[in-house]
Design a protein. Structure first.
Length: 329
């Protein structure tokens, strides 16, 4: 039978063991790790690649719309995308100042509503410029009158048209203006817990800067987002199909016809000699009969060859390319 140790012997063994500094090492590792907070209530429905694509779409919209405003307002105008983000619709509503200018438009394909938001100062500046004034308006926002709404209605329609054209690069959507609201609580384009896409643009008119936002509910863009995912996967898979595309291109190029010109020789003569030429005259060239001649493709020397007869027809036997310095022995 194995011998059972007494408690005194066990204590003497334990006293000779050096304790391992495990907890201290774990604490140092935990200090080095960076901790990020994650909000489980906010699912990210849009990936970074999708956000970059949508930013490019609205940058195109900003360029086309700013060009239009330059001609209408007769001053320097620029529009730059400052932010493309996704958040709860309730959070977006809380960020809308009161009063504001909310132009509600419908996305016909999904039968959903979206918002084109402009600050009152921006609308008043555009109205002032269109009526022959300046864009120096009061800093205190106020409600936009019916007359002022009618004045900018054409600009809003043009903005939706330019926005629609910019979206055509990823989806054929139709935007139709519905109504105007001055308070965010009356917009109601989506449930408060719905995730929305918000694109913020900075509009610069002369030396004044204003804010414009475009809000899309993500459920209205489900088909577009699915298409973007497919395009991204196709781009990734396209790298593995490079050889297939190369073979197809080579086969297509191989069937292309190219006109070749064989330069048998050159000669120089005076204008008097040229005028006296007649049928049967012999013109002496600078290329001997036993040397190579140039073959031109697209007006550029590409090859060298020797003229002759093949199957009863005039032909040229290729000897080397234009880049090859070696000659036929």
């Amino acid at each position: 039978m194995p011998e059972i140790l007494s408690q005194q012997e066990i204590d003497s063994l334990l006293s000779g063991i050096t304790p391992v500094q495990g907890p201290a090492i774990v604490e140092e590792e935990e200090k080095e790790k960076e901790v990020f907070t994650f909000d489980f209530r906010l699912p990210h429905r849009l990936s970074k690649n999708q956000l970059r694509t949508l930013q490019a779409v609205h940058e195109s919209f900003g360029e086309s719309m700013s060009s239009y405003l330059v001609s209408r307002l007769q001053t320097n105008v620029s529009m730059n995308v400052t932010l493309v983000d996704q958040l709860f619709y309730s959070e977006y509503i809380l960020s809308i100042p009161s009063p504001s200018c909310l132009f509600i438009f419908r996305i016909v394909e999904s039968d959903a509503l979206a918002i084109l938001e402009m600050s009152p100062q921006l609308v008043l500046a555009m109205v002032s410029r269109m009526l022959g004034g300046t864009n120096d308006v009061t800093n205190k926002p106020r409600l936009i009158t019916k007359i002022e709404q009618n004045i900018v209605r054409g600009m809003i329609q043009r903005a939706l048209s330019d926005l629609q054209k910019s979206w055509k690069s990823i989806a054929a959507l139709t935007f139709v203006q519905e109504r105007y609201e001055s308070e965010g609580d009356f917009a109601q384009i989506a449930p408060t817990t719905e995730i929305v896409l918000v694109v913020s643009l900075e509009v610069t008119i002369a030396d004044q800067k204003y804010l414009m936002n475009i809000c899309f509910p993500t459920f209205a863009l489900d088909e577009v987002l699915a298409k973007l995912n497919i395009q991204n996967s196709d781009n990734l898979a396209g790298a593995s199909r490079t050889n297939e595309w190369t073979d197809l291109l080579l086969r297509g190029i191989g069937l292309t016809s190219v006109t070749g010109i064989c330069l048998l020789g050159t000669a120089s003569m005076t204008l008097r000699e040229l005028m006296t030429l007649a049928r049967g005259d012999v013109v002496k060239t600078r290329i001997p009969i036993d040397e190579e001649v140039q073959i031109m493709l697209g007006g550029t020397p590409r090859m060298w060859g020797r003229p002759g007869i093949s199957n009863g027809k005039v032909a040229v036997r290729l000897t080397r390319t234009a880049t090859d310095t070696s000659t036929e022995e």
